[in-house]
Design a protein around this ligand. Structure first.
Ligand code: HEC
Length: 125
């Protein structure tokens, strides 16, 4: 019986991680990492911008286009959509990815980045 429960939990975890392109991204752990981001970012639909822009719908819009947010010129004129690959680079070192960015926070650990990206996929839509 115990063994069955463990197997079922494993399957559920696999299904949940299906949206994360980076291997091993764990949205539940990413939610904890996101507490750091939440100091500056909201992610729910219609929530206000903070120090950083609201992240709702992040994967469906071009970078630098949250309504009403005053971006650095680098992000304001960016011409790409966010995906797992560019988010990983951005979160590793924002100022290396977009020169002159106003975001002064990074995540050095690759697994933490994969986890928070998995969480963004769930929470930003
Ligand atoms: C200290 C405040 C702060 C923290 C903490 C922070 N950010 Fe940001 N973030 C910003 C600011 C400011 C911008 C706008 C940067 C610009 O205009 O150059 C931004 C921009 C972004 C963007 C680009 C959004 C868009 O509309 O193109 C993403 C994605 C993002 N942040 C994700 C995150 C994630 C994920 C975390 C946590 C791991 C995080 N940020 C932590 C301040 C922060």
């Amino acid at each position: 019986m115990n063994r069955l429960v463990v197997v079922a939990a494993g399957v559920a975890a696999l299904l949940l991680s299906g949206t994360a392109a980076l291997a091993g991204g764990d949205a539940a752990k990413g939610k904890v990492v996101f507490q750091n981001c939440a100091i500056c970012h909201t992610i729910g639909k219609g929530q206000p911008n903070g120090v950083g822009p609201n992240l709702h719908g992040l994967f469906d819009r071009e970078a630098g286009k949250a309504p009403g947010f005053s971006y650095s010129s680098g992000l304001a004129t960016a011409k790409f959509k966010w995906d797992d690959e560019n988010l990983d680079k951005w979160l590793a070192e924002p100022s290396k990815f977009i020169a002159g960015t106003k975001m002064s926070f990074n995540i050095p650990d690759a697994q933490d980045r994969a986890n928070v990206i998995a969480y963004l996929h769930q929470a930003a839509q």
